[in-house]
Design a protein around this ligand. Structure first.
Ligand code: HEC
Ligand code: HEC
Length: 414
């Protein structure tokens, strides 16, 4: 034992080996959001402002009572604190954080969207969320002067949605009223709708995880002035476990401490008669998604990103698999797992410790998980490390609706 490691062992701080230090540097700092070529509006500040307005706007819902921020609450790292999200009705999934969301390549727990902008178009029309239709969402914008003005500033073309014969109430794909519309009118509505999604994504892209104690510690290493006082001794020991013995880094690595791909942890289904299809079902929905990266509404259908989406394949191991979640700000995003089954981090870690309750639905379930068999104090250390990933909140102005001002635009005469 070298003297330094001896001193650290006596002080109760885990010696952190070179491999773990390299791993630490690969996790931090969080890089800026990657560019999405399929969204030409992504870096347009006018689009970001429109998206910001829409994100907090309950007028986007059919009831007029729900907005994106109802479930993605800024103070809870843009989650809602309940096991299953509740919009127009209770859903089947736990609400994920939006801090760092632009780093994902597949969206939703089952990856049924392949871009941030196409993701945003789902909750607006989803019956368990905002339960609206694209046609009515546009009517809300056309009749709200500040929104209409901003929509036009972004280059949107508003169809004549006040003509209820041509643009009936509730018209969205799958309804008779939508099928009765002319293809030109349908296209005009969808084009304007797509612009809303791209604007919302442009806003969401600014939501980054914020600097945490762990990041400050890694920054000290990068500056060749490693300062272990920037983390608690327990968090440092926990990081060493996370990086080495616990094997968490097989799936939890990269910008958001997620491999961004899908795994089946063989969590017992809450309804054994209806086990969730996970990525298997999400893949089928992605194939059918009219807003795919390689589709006609994409701004770069030939891009590498779009080709990757088009070429994605699944295998039997994807049934029941969910996307590895971000671990950044994890202390703020309880409850946990795709169905919110664990109330606390301690419960998540208790699962990894024993793998109790696992039910393998097929022999393809992940074999990489082995019971950790850690002591209670080791589990507490691991938890302390997870807590050290809590970042500074985003800029305050991103956590509340934007002040709406400026000249009002007149609503066109009907
Ligand atoms: C009723 C609560 C609710 C509302 C309202 C809601 N969301 Fe969500 N959001 C969720 C849940 C639950 C999921 C995960 C669903 C799933 O995976 O199937 C989710 C997933 C997401 C994701 C994907 C995150 C990821 O990591 O894959 C994004 C982005 C998102 N929502 C943004 C929005 C936007 C933008 C709006 C408003 C247009 C919105 N949400 C409205 C509950 C909600
Ligand atoms: C085989 C890949 C894999 C490994 C290894 C792994 N995880 Fe996970 N982790 C996942 C997936 C996938 C989920 C989501 C599972 C679900 O909801 O069905 C998850 C969920 C979590 C969650 C809950 C996140 C949330 O927002 O709900 C935490 C915390 C977590 N993992 C920590 C760890 C720790 C600590 C380790 C090491 C002991 C670890 N994971 C090992 C893939 C992995």
């Amino acid at each position: 034992m070298t003297p330094l490691i001896l001193i650290m062992a006596i002080a109760g701080v885990a010696p952190i080996d070179d491999a773990a230090l390299r791993f630490a540097k690969s996790l931090s700092p969080v890089p800026s959001s990657p560019v999405d070529p399929t969204n030409a509006l992504e870096s347009d500040p006018q689009a970001a402002l429109l998206g910001h307005m829409l994100f907090f706007d309950t007028g986007l819902s059919r009831s007029g009572e729900t907005s994106c921020a109802t479930c993605h609450v800024p103070a809870k790292a843009f989650t809602d604190g309940v096991p299953l999200a509740r919009g127009a009705a209770e859903g089947h999934f736990n609400t994920p954080t939006l801090l760092g969301v632009a780093h994902n390549r597949w969206f939703f727990w089952d990856g049924r969207a392949d871009s941030l902008w196409s993701q945003a178009l789902v909750p607006i029309e989803h019956q368990l969320e905002l339960d609206n239709s694209r046609t009515d969402a546009l009517r809300h914008i056309a009749s709200t002067p500040a929104l209409k003005k901003q929509f036009i500033a972004v280059g949107g073309t508003m169809p004549d949605v006040f003509d209820l014969e041509r643009f009936p109430i509730g018209a969205k794909p799958g309804t008779d009223t939508w099928n009765a519309m002319t293809p030109e009118d349908q296209n005009a509505v969808t084009a304007a709708y797509v612009l809303l999604g791209k604007a919302i994504a442009s806003f969401e892209r600014q939501l980054s995880p914020g600097e945490s104690d762990f990041d400050r510690w890694v920054a000290s290493i990068n500056a060749n002035q490693r300062d272990d006082n920037l983390m608690t001794p327990a968090a440092l020991r926990g990081f060493a476990l996370f990086a080495n013995e616990a094997g968490c880094g097989q799936c939890h690595f990269g910008a958001t401490i997620s491999d961004l791909e899908f795994h089946d942890l063989a969590l017992a289904p809450t309804d054994p008669a209806n086990p969730p299809p996970g990525r298997g079902g999400g893949y089928a929905m992605l194939r059918a998604n009219e807003f795919r990266s390689d589709g006609i509404w994409s701004d770069a259908p030939e891009s590498r990103k779009a080709r990757r989406a088009a070429n994605a394949r699944i295998g039997p191991e994807h049934w029941g698999a969910f996307r590895t979640p971000s671990l950044r700000n994890i202390a703020l995003t309880a409850p946990y797992m795709h169905d919110g089954r664990f109330e606390t981090l301690a419960e998540v870690l208790a699962f990894y410790n024993t793998l109790e309750g696992q039910i393998r639905r097929h022999h393809h379930a992940e074999d990489v998980l082995k019971p950790l068999d850690f002591s209670d104090s080791e589990l507490r250390d691991l938890e302390a490390f997870l807590i050290s990933l809590t970042g500074e909140p985003p800029r305050p102005e991103l956590c509340q609706p934007p002040p709406i001002g400026g000249t009002q635009v007149e609503i066109p005469a009907e």
